[in-house]
Design a protein around this ligand. Structure first.
Ligand code: KIV
Ligand code: ZN
Length: 512
């Protein structure tokens, strides 16, 4: 029988560490539900000790998700570990993932600790965690750049203390596939009790090799857990991408000979959800989930695919959840049809109030846009004003006037803690005027570091999806808004970013 490869998704923890990718508790819960549908084995839900917001998100996910193991990251100290255990109390299956850096560079310059101190702290924290939860993962941060002799001592010791998974991070994306695979192999061969733990790979993508390195860790090194994120989201150049690693293992089963629990037909919906929530657009030529991943433009290819699909296709688009870009609903569709489509898309709204709110938004949209696509529905339910009643700022209405040769003017009405306020401004263009109109009232002082517009379903009739990235006092957040009117979409995105700036005020940075 083939071994099982465990898929450990860290979109909500390492993925969220990408500048601007911070998510609210409700957004994280929605993504966690999609990961559960995807049958991800372990969901790293966050870093409970880093902020109250993270604690609450881990707790909410632990309480809601029943089929996947829920994990919290924790530094190697008693306080962090206790917070993680506390947040995970409601989980059916809980894991604590504790880490400390082991490379000479990190120990000396960052931690200012001697190797012996690091060894002691690693042992002590696994021992402490083991009394709270049975499933313990240990990561030597910057493991790949650590001295192998020292690393062997640390890993042997933490396995003896009860660590059940040993994860070897390539924290800075420095590895090369063959070398990384052999590194894991050597560690497993040299450490006498290595067979008492499951070995895991965690690769960053700084040199574009995160997936290749992870696969080498599995094939050459014998790792049986891969840590990855949807769309490869993550710090700097990101992490190993879940969809790529999963489809490589499935498509080349002849080579890897491994079983996976993943239900791949939920991959595209997961990718869209993460992209729409974070505002990180998926490049069209991205493997598996990019818009062009299954498109054949050249005549020769089209002809070949029509004659025999496998001439140019190694995977089937429908197996990863691509469906034709079809019109799904319209003005006359009722609440039941809408609710059913949400279910088919794997979207679960928590209460009848949320469904009613989303349906009202859908009707509003259908009045202005004759054809409603799946992408429109997903954008609609990604809008926090539909799924969360407790946001500080909410969009109400916008009027703007622009004419060639005149300076555009905008008047916006929005809510602040449920109370309607109005802002007015002029600007270089209608979008600039509208956002300045919001600022004339809010005075956040935030700096805009990114503004982008994307057509959700391809044509000028489509909704515009706007991403706004704001920076304030060292915090960076993305806000996303969608509307057939891109000026309104921009105002919604701006308000959503302001809401996120509020909710991330007290966060401690994770180190991985
Ligand atoms: O990249 C890294 O080293 C990490 C660890 C915390 C596992 O994310
Ligand atoms: Zn990482």
């Amino acid at each position: 029988m083939a071994d099982k490869l465990i898929i450990f998704d860290t979109t909500l923890r390492d993925g969220e560490q990408s500048p601007g990718a911070s998510m609210t508790k409700d957004e994280k819960l929605r993504i966690a539900r999609q990961l559960e549908r995807l049958k991800v084995d372990v969901i790293e839900a966050g870093f409970a000790a880093s902020s109250n917001g993270d604690f609450e998100a881990v707790q909410a996910i632990a309480n809601a998700i029943k089929d996947s193991t829920i994990c919290s990251l924790s530094r190697a100290n008693d306080r962090d570990i206790s917070r993680a255990a506390e947040a995970l109390k409601g989980a059916n299956s809980a894991r604590i993932h504790t880490f400390i850096a082991t490379s000479a560079l990190h120990m000396e310059k960052k931690l200012r600790m001697t190797p012996e101190q690091v060894l002691e702290q690693a042992k002590q924290s696994v021992r402490f965690a083991r009394n709270l939860v049975a499933d313990i993962e240990f990561s030597p941060e910057d493991g790949y750049r650590s001295d192998p002799d020292f690393l062997c001592r640390v890993l042997e010791a933490v396995i003896a203390e009860g660590a059940t998974t040993i994860n070897v991070p390539d924290t800075v994306g420095y590895a090369i596939p063959e070398l990384y695979g052999n590194f894991i192999k050597t560690l497993r061969e040299r450490i006498p009790n290595s067979d008492k733990a499951i070995w895991s790979v965690h690769c960053h993508n700084d040199l574009g090799m995160a997936v290749a390195n992870s696969l080498a860790g599995v094939k050459i090194g014998g790792a049986r857990q891969v840590e990855c994120t949807i769309n490869g989201l993550g710090e700097r150049a990101g992490n190993c991408s879940l969809e790529e690693v999963v489809m490589a293992i499935k498509t080349r089963r002849d080579y890897f000979d491994l079983d996976l629990g993943i239900d791949a037909k939920h991959i595209v919906a997961a990718s869209r959800m993460v992209s729409q929530t974070t505002g990180f657009v998926v490049q069209p030529n991205k493997a598996v989930v990019g818009a062009n991943a299954f498109a054949h433009a050249s005549g020769i290819h089209q002809d070949g695919v029509l004659k025999a699909r496998d001439t140019y296709e190694i995977m089937r688009a429908e197996d990863v959840g691509w469906s034709a870009n079809k019109i799904v609903l319209g003005k006359l569709s009722g609440r039941n049809a809408f609710k059913q489509r949400l279910q088919e898309l794997g979207v679960q709204l928590d209460s009848e109030t949320e469904i009613n709110l989303a349906f009202a938004r859908f009707k509003e949209l259908a009045d202005r846009k004759s054809e409603i696509f799946d992408e429109d529905i997903l954008a609609l339910v990604s809008d926090e004003s539909v799924t969360s009643e407790n946001e500080q700022y909410g969009f109400v209405s916008l009027a703007q006037h622009s004419e060639t040769g005149e300076r555009p003017q905008a008047t916006i009405v929005f809510t602040v803690d449920g109370r309607e306020v109005q802002g007015k401004s002029d600007g270089n263009g209608p979008v600039d005027a509208s956002l300045k109109a919001i600022e004339s009232h809010v005075k956040s002082g935030a700096e805009m570091v990114l503004y982008s517009v994307n057509a959700i379903s391809g044509s000028t009739e489509s909704q515009g999806e706007v991403t706004v990235r704001l920076q304030n006092s060292g915090r960076v957040v993305n806000g996303v808004g969608a509307d057939p009117d891109i000026v309104v979409a921009s105002a919604k995105a701006y308000l959503s970013a302001l809401n996120k700036l509020q909710s991330k005020a007290d966060r401690v940075a994770a180190q991985g």
